[in-house]
Write a protein that binds this ligand. Sequence first.
Ligand SMILES: [Zn+2]
Length: 200
Amino acid sequence: MIPCAPVELRAPAPKSASFFSPAPTDQLPGYAAELEASPRGWVTLPLWCVWVEPPGFDMWSKRWNDAVEISLSTWGTYLKLQRVNNPADAHLRLWRRNPPLQGGRASNGRALLSFENVQRGGKLKIEPLVDLLISPGIRKEAIRATSLHELGHGFGLWGHSSKSTDVMAAMPGPKPVTEPSSRDLSTLRWLYSQPSGFAE
Ligand SMILES: [Zn+2]
């Protein structure tokens, strides 16, 4: 199959009837025990097709773009990513916008996950589709920390760490985390050693 082949058809996938329950394991690394699988299994892919909202001519969108590109290349050290020019061809899309208020509260970023029936190269399969909303109106370091965190969700880390020094901290500490910790990486390695719900 051609990596990130253009999508010919796309439609929301029907709700999964069966529920995936990961086998309980003791002694999981990092915060792997906090991760939640989807009803279809772990949301991991051997290759992620990624689209980033292109910057405009203003300084703010360029600044946003610089910051999210750094976060993408950071995760790209550990995962296989391929860029696509068309948002319709992506598994994961980064949007430069403020997430809508949730319960009356504003946040800097949000990760939205859905499942779609997708036909690429004549082959029909169910794929995850992740939309990340990252606010442009925050400090550059905050855009980096926010995008790194939301990308972590996007690449399958659906859960949070109790330690504020981890990228996937539930409660951010005083210092923005702009590099994955050893706990982030051991959790990611464990996740990608599990069977994917979306393998070929
Ligand atoms: Zn989060």
